[in-house]
Design a binder for this molecule. Structure first.
Ligand code: SF4
Length: 324
């Protein structure tokens, strides 16, 4: 079943960066790993992971003295947990700078949480009085994120949250498609086409951004294509970064139902309406109304719906919508 949404097809290999310890590599300070079964199992079926261990890469060895963050803001320093004279900030920054120049082929990055090198947010920062504040970003992660602010990034712990996981994987696929479009050369019609395929996906995340993107593209004759394209992808990624709610999904599902109203008989329409309402109330996961709609659209195809990424934003094999 399922509709072959032509623009939902991802590029052949989607490359995603990952902290090496999450793949099971024994690179942690204590000689251990932090293997994530979700990453090496389900996600590895679809992503080509490119692993990085910044601390090993700068020659710290394994096992090694653990490091911690001290200082504040852009002045954060990575120093030894026991020997504060050990300061590896400069080599970590140099390595991150080198990697940052080579991430153009990545469509996402999964960081190890809490790490003074790889942590994406809320990493402990030690104060002179010994108190810790969870306000830091790892030295390596900081530079990767700054090098490509559009790059979808997430921590492995947050991937346990179905909404955050769906948002991350969706953004990875959208960003991979965007890069393919960019590499082929963005034209006005290609940009409009890209947007047409992503309309319902955006609508499921933000009605306001759905309107904003429509207005932005309507100015294509007045504003330069490059400028519109840059603004477009920045806003699109921003919108998709906020997990879609049940209420928004239910609105989009109702919208989809509207495209079938002239084809379905009363009992099928009622059945669909009840299924959507049951989803909205939390009785079914999202996959149930989606599959039912796809079943009907396979009997009554519609060119606009056929191309909607919303129906299959990521591979069905990941089963992410079974938990939404
Ligand atoms: S968190 Fe980063 S630096 Fe630490 S072991 Fe994992 S990959 Fe290496």
């Amino acid at each position: 079943m399922g509709i072959p949404a032509q623009n939902a097809r991802p590029p052949a290999a989607i490359r995603v960066g990952v902290s090496a310890c999450l793949l099971g590599h024994k690179v942690r300070f204590d000689g251990n790993h932090k293997h994530s079964r979700f990453i090496t199992g389900a996600l590895a079926e679809y992503f080509d992971f490119v692993s990085f261990c910044p601390e090993v890469a700068i020659g710290m060895g394994t096992p090694r003295e653990p490091i911690r963050l001290v200082g504040a803001g852009s002045g954060l320093q990575a120093v030894g947990g026991k020997d504060a004279q050990l300061n590896v900030t400069r080599p970590l920054r140099a390595y991150a700078g080198m990697v940052a120049q080579r991430i153009d082929d990545l469509s996402g990055f999964i960081f190890k949480k809490d790490s003074p090198s790889c942590g994406m947010e809320r990493v402990k920062v030690y104060q002179p009085n010994g108190v810790t504040v969870r306000s830091g970003t790892g030295i390596f992660a900081q530079q990767i994120i700054a090098a490509d602010p559009l790059l979808p990034v997430e921590e492995e712990g947050r991937l346990n949250d179905p909404g955050l996981c769906d948002s991350f994987v969706t953004r990875v696929y959208v960003y991979a498609r965007w890069k393919a479009l960019r590499d082929a050369g963005i034209t006005k019609s290609a940009l409009l086409d890209f947007h047409a395929s992503h309309k319902l996906l955006v609508l499921s995340h933000s009605t306001e951004m759905y309107r904003q993107l429509g207005r932005l593209l309507s100015g294509l004759d007045r504003i330069s294509l490059d400028e519109v394209a840059d603004t477009y992808i920045a806003r699109l990624m921003q919108a998709l970064g906020t997990p879609a709610t049940r209420k928004r999904h239910a609105n989009v599902l109702q919208h989809l139902l509207g495209y079938l109203k002239n084809n379905l008989d009363a009992s099928h329409r009622t059945d669909l309406m009840h299924t959507i309402e049951a989803y909205r109330l939390g009785e079914y996961p999202l996959v149930v109304p989606i599959r039912l709609l796809q079943h009907h659209f396979s009997s009554y195809p519609h060119p606009y719906i056929n191309r909607q990424v919303y129906l299959d934003p990521h591979p069905q094999g990941l089963k992410l919508r079974n938990a939404l």
